[in-house]
Design a protein around this ligand. Structure first.
Ligand code: FES
Length: 106
């Protein structure tokens, strides 16, 4: 099992047990976590799964790849240095992930 801790823009914290291999976006959508839309279903073509990744999680998952980096230029809330598209972050067994969702995705 993996754990994802989502903090909303208003400070609300939601902790979800996720399945290894699933993405942070899929885990949010399946469990009704607000703040992540995932309009394209994870095919890297919408940028509505934007999250800000906590420093310890960024160490674990690293930065965006080339196409993801381009897509991050089209987010509703301006990207930051710790921005990732959460459909591109796959959960690993036994890991804990901390992300903050932006105030809007569309
Ligand atoms: S769900 Fe569309 S880019 Fe992540």
């Amino acid at each position: 099992m993996s754990t994802v801790i989502y903090t909303a823009a208003d400070g609300t914290v939601t902790e979800i047990d996720g399945r290894p291999g699933d993405s942070i976006m899929e885990t949010a959508v399946r469990n009704g976590v607000p703040g992540i839309v995932g309009e394209c279903g994870g095919s890297l073509s919408c940028a509505t799964c934007h999250v800000f990744v906590a420093p310890e999680t960024l160490e674990l998952v690293g930065g965006p790849g080339g196409l993801e980096d381009e897509m991050l230029d089209g987010t509703a809330v301006e990207r930051a240095q710790n921005s990732r598209l959460s459909c591109q972050i796959r959960l690993q067994e036994g890991c804990e992930y901390h992300v903050t969702t932006p105030s809007e995705q569309l």
